[in-house]
Write a protein that binds this ligand. Structure first.
Ligand code: HEC
Length: 101
């Protein structure tokens, strides 16, 4: 029985953290943008050497992502990342980050 406790505890933790997410998770652009925040910072404001993307024009962000995806713009990580997003996702991400201040 003791062996089951950690699993049960994890289920509670996961359940609780998901419970706090609904508003954000329903906001698809926000949910997509969360995966960019790890490198580009909250709201696309990078704290380090990775470029800041928040507040750039949607056109510029979109063109960069498409160029990364197709490989016409060289990148270290962005090609692999961009490949995971559809054109609609890219539009949503570009719109989202262009509105960050
Ligand atoms: C693993 C870290 C990482 C993640 C996650 C990440 N990026 Fe990037 N991003 C980079 C790096 C590093 C660059 C510089 C180009 C390169 O080397 O890939 C970059 C460049 C960019 C650029 C071009 C910026 C410029 O100066 O022109 C855009 C736009 C961009 N990323 C958007 C995004 C979006 C949108 C997401 C989320 C879907 C994202 N990135 C997720 C690391 C990351």
């Amino acid at each position: 029985m003791t062996g089951r406790f950690p699993l049960a505890a994890m289920a509670i933790v996961i359940g609780a953290s998901m419970g706090s997410l609904p508003a954000a998770a329903q906001d698809k652009p926000f949910a997509l943008a969360l995966s960019c925040a790890a490198c580009h910072g909250t709201d696309g404001k990078s704290p380090g050497s990775i470029p800041t993307i928040g507040g750039r024009s949607a056109k510029e962000i979109k063109e960069s992502l498409i160029a990364f995806k197709s490989g016409t713009r060289p990148s270290t990580v962005m090609k692999r990342l961009a490949e995971g997003y559809t054109d609609q996702d890219i539009d949503a991400l570009a719109a989202y980050f262009s509105k960050r201040k």
